[in-house]
Write a protein that binds this ligand. Sequence first.
Ligand code: PTJ
Length: 252
Amino acid sequence: MSVPDSHPRAKSLKLRERLVEGLHAGLVTESGLIAHGRGEALDYLLGERTHDFARRAIEAASAYLTLARHPVLSINGNAAALAAEQFVALAQDDPRLILEVNLFYWTPERVEKIIQRLRDVAQGASPTIFDSRGPGSILLSGSDNPRRQVHPDGIGRADVVLVSLEDGDRCEALLAGGMTVICVDLNPLSRTAQRCQVSIVDELTRCLPVLGECLRRDRGRGRQELEERVRGYDNRQVLADAVTALRHGATD
Ligand code: PTJ
């Protein structure tokens, strides 16, 4: 079913369609649809816009990713179905950004389909893409978390990782491995959002273009300015502002 642009909920319904298509194409799991529904409800309460607290987090994320020695963007089934084009565009803009497919419900067939989707949208100029649990994968040190499996040349070497719609165990494993974790998660109370260093409480497809703009601008800025931005960033305040917006409506 195609949704007309004039429909009051057109954007949201189109995203939902992408998830359903992703399910039929073997990228997304049934649980992924439920996770998406949770995100939809939270985004509705946030007025489906990028708030000031999300912009502050995006600015910090951009500084961290620009300063990083080995930055990785971690992609699961939902992220691929919703935003394959956007992730590939970020990595094409800056080849330092590595993509790693990291699935909760891992099967070799699903990984292959997701990597193929990313390659298809890249149209020949494919970025570097790894599979967290593929041949040669390693276990991060620092915990016995079952979600600590990563690719040695992707997250295995990373100092900064951006995860989207991620479960709390994975975030814990990355933190225990000594990484700076940036998350995109519409739930400011999730374990991932609460534990990671930068929590972007915004809808994935809405915040990625804003992040892309910031990254482009930040490539021309000096280290000192970016380091100051990182030092001045307060994730606790960002999360508190996001919770206030959800509970009482936004003030910005
Ligand atoms: O593809 P797989 O096998 O790796 O599985 C992926 C899912 C999504 C099933 C898995 O990671 C999962 O169960 O995630 P959770 O624990 O439900 O967390 C997803 C979080 O993302 C929830 O807090 C949602 O509110 C949030 N969310 C959902 N859709 C969006 C979102 N946040 C930002 N943008 C969205 N579009």
